[in-house]
Design a protein around this ligand. Sequence first.
Ligand code: TLP
Length: 346
Amino acid sequence: MDRIDFRSDTVSWPTPAMRDAMAKAPVGDDVYGEDPTVNRLEAMAAEMMGKEAGLFVASGTMGNLTAILAHGRRGDGVIVGNDSHTFRSEAGGMAVLGGMVPNPLPTDIYGRMDLTAVQNAIYPDDPHYPNNRLILVENSYGAKGGYPIEPDYFQQIRAIANRHGLIVHMDGARIFNAAVSLNLDPREITQHVDSITFCLSKGLCAPMGSVLCGSAEFIAQARRARKLVGGGMRQAGILAAAGIVSLTEMVERLADDHAHAKMLAEGLVQIPGLVVQPELVKTNMFFFELAESAPVTPAEFVQRLRDEANIWLSHGYSRRLRAVTHYWIQAADVALFIKTARAILQ
Ligand code: TLP
């Protein structure tokens, strides 16, 4: 890459092996179900998630939206974390396009909704209320610094869903980060949900794409929902080929990204003016804060990192910043970040 980019893992470029696989991929028309590379990716993804079938979609957002549209209908209620990506950062798709009614609940420092609150959020059978339909969960949990949530939480969510006939969908954009960090097979997590979307284009480095996995019957419905939102792609094998490299070569190495994130947090916490919690860093990202006492504003800090070391970081409107590691970030880049931050803040 042409910069040291800690803004997200979405910025990661495809690897040389991906570009090679893309150039050579056998293709067909995927809307006819005839693209052999897409079919192979979908089968691999379903197997890895322990589900019957998979559906290649353009993005994580499209995977979640497609799942929601296929699982529910207008007027259905959706229990969801109030800082989850699907509720907060997908342009309100479930309400705008699905006519569904989000019921957002607070989450704890790891991204878990309180189980009693989930139980209490289920409406009585009364015409005043939306239908009870869906619970959305996320793992790893982006708004909580990519925290990997243990399977027992999802098992408990499953038990509530079973008692009330609800469906559980997981936004598993970074499920492999969670599984690698917890040292588990992803199926130990996904066995508790009906469907999952995971992303190929974040830590797994593919140029684009996600896969939605679930039962064969559900995926048949989701195929229609994907068409509805304009996601029927044609010779998509070109892109799926990169996704196959993601699944075969890029999963286990996520541990390196986690080690780099930890290394960065442990370095930054030593610098006066930065507030970091390295003990919460379990995957490839974390949030940290620039203290009020720091000699620069967040905007100046970000600009100087860029000007002085070609290190890219994004900042919003608060003092909170996010650092994300990925394949294109090496230990030397982490060391440079720490050194430059120390010089800026001294
Ligand atoms: N996340 C992006 C931004 O939208 C915040 C990022 O840089 O982290 N679920 C989760 C948990 C995500 O973090 C994201 C993207 C998505 C879904 C959506 O994926 P895409 O961007 O492929 O639609």
